[in-house]
Design a protein around this ligand. Structure first.
Ligand code: PGA
Length: 249
């Protein structure tokens, strides 16, 4: 079985204008010295993708997107297709983030259609799953996540990563215990192996939700944690790179 590659991805959400491109250039500079089994990606708003790609230069820093429309083209006002994202320089797309599931009503089938469109175009899909606080308190975290995996994962594991992001940990400064993360990541790993075989053993499973320089070393060394999806702390090169360095240790 292949060992999963490590992946640290930054999700800028609705933050960033041209003034922030210097942060991406600094991230790209530092990414040149990283070990080859560690991929680092940053997902700025769609408006910045092409300029971020230029700012990142020729190095290994990947530029990604935060969402995509599943259809290739058409009358979908305000949306962008995977072909457009690829044309702008994106190599990775986050799909099914809880903010889109909650705020934009995205369903599991919507997320799966997006993931399929992303991988079919040769980009990497990062499929997000995670329970709300009420679901965890009710003892339903694992069953909710199993349902999200079953409903949103694409048919095969090529160019796929999964991000476990407990909704109650996103942007709150709260994180699950190492034990809670290990339990969920083990369940996700079993699901991926049952679903995809050896390819599921090699699929990176990221943790996301209030990852910061101060907790990254602990969170990134939990069993079956192959990297992180980082929101707020990915906005500055200093914080993001501190998290990336924690993944190397
Ligand atoms: P956060 O966001 O790191 O700001 O908690 C994580 C995410 O939503 O991907």
């Amino acid at each position: 079985m292949d060992t999963p590659r490590k992946l640290i991805a930054g999700n800028w959400k609705m933050n960033g204008t041209a003034a922030a491109l210097a942060e991406i250039a600094a991230m790209a500079d530092a990414a040149r010295d990283l070990p080859p089994n560690l991929t680092v990606a940053v997902c700025p708003p769609a408006t910045l993708i092409d300029r971020a790609r230029v700012a990142a230069g020729e190095g290994p820093l990947i530029v990604g997107a935060q969402d995509v429309h599943a259809e290739p083209a058409g009358a979908f006002t305000g949306s962008v297709s995977v072909e457009m994202l690829a044309d702008a320089g994106a190599k990775l797309v986050i799909v099914g983030h809880s903010e889109r599931r909650a705020d934009c009503g995205e369903t599991n089938p919507d997320v799966r259609a997006k993931a399929e469109a992303v991988v079919a175009a040769g980009l990497t899909a990062v499929v997000c799953v995670g329970e709300t606080e009420a679901e965890r308190d009710a003892g339903d975290a694992l069953s909710v996540i199993a349902g999200q995996l079953d409903g949103s994962l694409p048919a095969n594991a090529t160019r796929l990563a999964v991000a476990y992001e407990p909704v109650w940990a996103i942007g709150t400064g709260r994180t699950p215990t190492a034990l809670q993360i290990a339990e969920v990541h083990a369940a996700i790993r079993s699901d991926l192996i049952a679903r995809y075989g050896d390819a599921g053993a090699a699929t990176p499973v990221l943790y996301g939700g209030s990852v910061k320089p101060s907790n990254a070393t602990e969170l990134l060394h939990v069993d079956n944690v192959d990297g992180a999806l980082v929101g707020g702390a990915s906005l500055t090169a200093a914080d993001f790179l501190a998290i990336v360095r924690a993944a190397v240790r």
